[in-house]
Design a protein around this ligand. Structure first.
Ligand code: CP
Length: 298
């Protein structure tokens, strides 16, 4: 079965092929109805704007239809039905399932019970592979992926987009600079995996000391919903902020990315600078997810 649960499920050649296909789809102005007659199930048990809507829009552009559940409360899971039974049932209604769930490992579990391909749209603090593909796509629109200097800033402990992206970048010989508040560092298991893969990872306390060397700055929000209590969140909230002043001495080609939503970690004045690519990044969700849907459903 053609599931995409983790970015680890894809070889570099498969990633390149999805990005190439997305570029063709975008160049042809989404003029592709390859999934006419197919049905996509969107199971979202955590809030989402971009991932939910861009998968829905991608399916519509491919000529297909989406059905979905947007919360536990709106489904029979509220009556006690398990995720496994829900997935068994839904895989009888659709040709693929996109699942977002607050528990790490939920998408892998779902794939064991599904008779159709499952795409992980975010499982707790685990993985978010479709986000990573559109992140890579956005970088590739500005520069080749190989041998660049990428800063990962923010909540690298709970931020699943950073976890998936770090692995993908390791396939391209990228140097990764991590910058995070104390206690929100990249998990040691991921650091060890990157080291084993031969990726150079440099840890920093403060973004100002490294920003002039970066080609990409990937900013993330602090994942308040994953903290054990409000007090520990407020200890680190608002502890970093990208401003036009901070960006004054950076490389001309530096791009600032953010999976969004943002809180206060990027000053809105940055939106006006040529470095800001995060809204373009969210738009790239359409061609990239169109390419992913074709990969798993055809
Ligand atoms: N980047 C991202 O996953 O956004 P949503 O939570 O809005 O889907």
């Amino acid at each position: 079965m053609n599931h995409i649960i983790s970015i680890h499920d894809l070889e570099r050649s498969e990633i390149d092929s999805i990005l190439d296909e997305a570029a063709i789809i975008q160049a042809l102005q989404y003029n592709d109805t390859a999934l006419k007659g197919k049905i996509l199930a969107l199971l979202f048990f955590e809030p989402s704007t971009r991932t939910r809507m861009s998968f829905d829009a991608a399916m519509a552009r491919l000529g297909g239809t989406s059905i979905g559940i947007d919360s536990v409360e709106a489904s029979s899971m509220a009556k006690g039905e398990t995720l496994a039974d829900t997935v068994r049932v839904v895989s009888g209604y659709a040709d693929a399932i996109v699942l977002r769930h607050p528990k790490e490992g939920a998408a892998r579990l779902a794939s064991e019970f599904s008779t159709v391909p499952v795409i992980n749209a975010g499982d707790g603090a685990g993985q978010h592979p479709s986000q990573t593909l559109l992140d890579l796509y956005t970088i590739r629109q500005s520069m080749p992926l190989d041998d660049i200097q990428v800063g990962l800033l923010g909540d690298l402990r709970y931020g699943r987009t950073a976890h998936s992206l770090a692995h993908a970048l390791s396939l391209y010989g990228v140097t990764i600079h991590t910058i995070s508040p104390k206690g929100l560092e990249l998990p040691s298991a991921i650091l060890e995996e990157l080291t084993r893969a031969g990726t150079q990872v440099v840890e920093h306390d403060d973004v100002s000391g490294i920003i002039s060397s970066l080609d990409v700055l990937y900013v993330t929000r602090i994942q308040r919903e994953r903290f054990p209590d409000s007090a520990s969140y407020f200890q680190v909230a608002s502890s970093y902020r990208i401003t036009p002043e901070l960006l004054s001495g950076v490389k001309q080609r530096l791009i600032v990315l953010h999976p969004l939503p943002r809180l206060d970690e990027i000053d809105p004045r940055v939106d006006l600078l040529p470095h800001a690519r995060y809204f373009e990044q969210s738009r790239n969700g359409i061609p990239v997810r169109m390419a992913m849907l074709q990969k798993v459903m055809i």
